[in-house]
Design a protein around this ligand. Structure first.
Ligand SMILES: [Zn+2]
Length: 198
């Protein structure tokens, strides 16, 4: 995408909720993640130069704002911010792990967001994400969870979420000019190369 000239990326993802109040069917606009993955590539080493990029704010804040504004116009249930716990997979969590993730500040859990969010930073691309909740993670006892007897309910929510996500992306494509005005990722990269080069 970088080589094609893309400068702004919106990632969509499917998540499970770690909190009772974040119900299946809700959109979550991530503003933080906690990475529990391992063995994945951690860097492009852009231009073979090691740069310690900050990740205090991993997501493009302007894009977050626009995504939230468009979600509001859709009248769907959404959370303006959220912390994604990124697990390695392919297995799901144990009950103990799931409860721990909630205690550690996680709102939702999935297997993506890392490293793609960071890679976007290394390449100077503004990165935003939108997550849709399909079910409750195992730390919250519920009929809406990944178990054989409730798979049809979860799939129905997944299909509704997918359809609403397509609507959201159509709205965001209309707002593309506004989204592409942000230069936070390229500005940050330029700043850190300047620091790294003294
Ligand atoms: Zn930005």
């Amino acid at each position: 995408m970088k080589s094609l000239g893309v400068r702004h990326v919106i990632g969509t993802c499917v998540v499970s909720s770690l909190r009772k109040e974040i119900e299946p069917g809700t959109f979550v606009v991530p503003n933080q993640f906690i990475n529990f993955t391992w063995g994945r590539d951690d860097t492009f080493e852009v231009d073979h130069q090691l740069v310690h990029l900050p990740m205090a704010q991993p997501y493009c804040e302007q894009m977050q704002g626009i995504v939230n504004r468009e979600l509001k116009t859709m009248g769907v249930s959404y959370r303006a911010t959220g912390t994604v716990i990124v697990i390695q997979g392919p297995r799901f969590s144990t009950i103990a792990e799931s409860k721990m993730f909630a205690l550690w500040g996680g709102d939702v859990v999935n297997m993506t967001q890392y490293p793609e969010c960071y890679f976007a930073h290394e390449l100077g691309l503004c990165y935003g994400a939108v997550a849709t909740v399909t079910d409750y993670d195992v730390g919250i006892p519920s009929a809406i969870s990944m178990q054989a007897e409730s798979i049809e309910i979860v799939l129905a929510i997944f299909r509704r979420n997918t359809s609403a996500t397509v609507t959201l992306l159509e709205k965001l494509s209309v707002a593309a000019e506004e989204i592409t005005k942000c230069n936070c990722a390229t500005d940050r990269l330029a700043e850190y190369y300047k620091l790294a080069n003294g």
